[in-house]
Design a protein. Structure first.
Length: 217
C-alpha cells in the first residue's frame, strides 16, 4: 500500500471519528440543557408529558455518553495494548457502534425500521469475522505457523458465528423470565424465530468475510 493511500485512509478514519464524537457531544449538551430548562416546570397540566420527554432525553444523553466512551477503544488498543487495527476496519466499527448504540436508542430504529436489525446483524458478522481473521493472522505472523488460507477462513467464520451465538443466548436468557411472566409461554416462539433470523444474517456476514479471507490472503 502506498503512503498516499495509507494517509488518505487515516484521514477518513480521523474525520469519521471526530464527526461522530462531535455529534455525540452536541447531543449530550442539547439533551442536558433541555432537561435542566424543563426540570423546574411545575405546570400540572404538562407534568406527565414532560416527565416522559425528560426520561427519553435522559436515555439519549446516557447512550450518547456510553457511545462517546466506546469510541476511545480504538485509541486504547492502538496506543496502550499496541494492537494495530486497520483504519478501514476501525472506521466500519465506529460507524457500526454509532448506528447500533446511539442512533438505535435515539430514534428507536429497531421498531421503526424493519430492516435495521438485519443490517446490524449482518455487519456484526462481518466485523467479528474480520476480528477473527486478524487474531489468527497475528498468531500466524508471530509464531510462523504457516497456517493455510482455508484454516484461516474457517477460524474467522466459526469465531464470528460463535460470538454471535453467545451474545444471542445471553440476550434470550436475560429476557426469558420477563417474557414468560408478561406474555406467556406461547409468545416465546416469536423471540426464537427472531433470534434464529438474526443468527442467519450473522452467519451470512461471517461467511462473506471468510470467503474474502480465503481468496485474498
Amino acid at each position: 500500500m502506498s503512503k498516499k493511500s495509507k494517509k488518505y485512509k487515516q484521514s477518513i478514519h480521523e474525520y469519521v471519528l471526530l464527526t461522530i464524537r462531535f455529534l455525540l457531544i452536541c447531543s449530550v449538551i442539547i439533551n442536558i440543557a433541555y432537561i435542566i430548562i424543563h426540570l423546574f416546570d411545575y405546570s400540572p397540566a404538562t407534568r406527565s408529558t414532560l416527565m416522559n420527554r425528560l426520561d427519553r432525553n435522559i436515555i439519549i444523553a446516557f447512550w450518547a455518553i456510553v457511545t462517546f466512551a466506546v469510541t476511545f477503544l480504538h485509541d486504547y488498543f492502538e496506543n496502550i495494548k499496541k494492537i494495530h487495527i486497520p483504519d478501514i476496519l476501525g472506521t466500519i466499527i465506529l460507524v457500526f457502534i454509532y448506528a447500533g448504540i446511539f442512533l438505535s436508542a435515539c430514534f428507536n430504529l429497531y421498531d421503526e425500521v424493519f430492516w435495521w436489525d438485519v443490517v446490524l446483524h449482518t455487519a456484526s458478522g462481518v466485523i467479528l469475522g474480520f476480528l477473527g481473521f486478524l487474531a489468527i493472522y497475528k498468531i500466524n505472523g508471530k509464531y510462523s505457523m504457516n497456517i493455510s488460507p482455508l484454516l484461516v477462513a474457517v477460524f474467522a467464520f466459526t469465531f464470528a458465528v460463535t460470538m454471535d451465538v453467545i451474545f444471542a443466548t445471553d440476550m434470550q436468557s436475560w429476557n426469558l423470565p420477563a417474557n414468560t411472566i408478561e406474555l406467556g409461554r406461547l409468545f416465546q416462539g416469536i423471540g426464537l424465530r427472531d433470534t434464529m433470523s438474526d443468527l442467519i444474517f450473522d452467519t451470512i456476514g461471517a461467511l462473506s468475510i471468510a470467503v474474502i479471507c480465503f481468496f485474498f490472503i
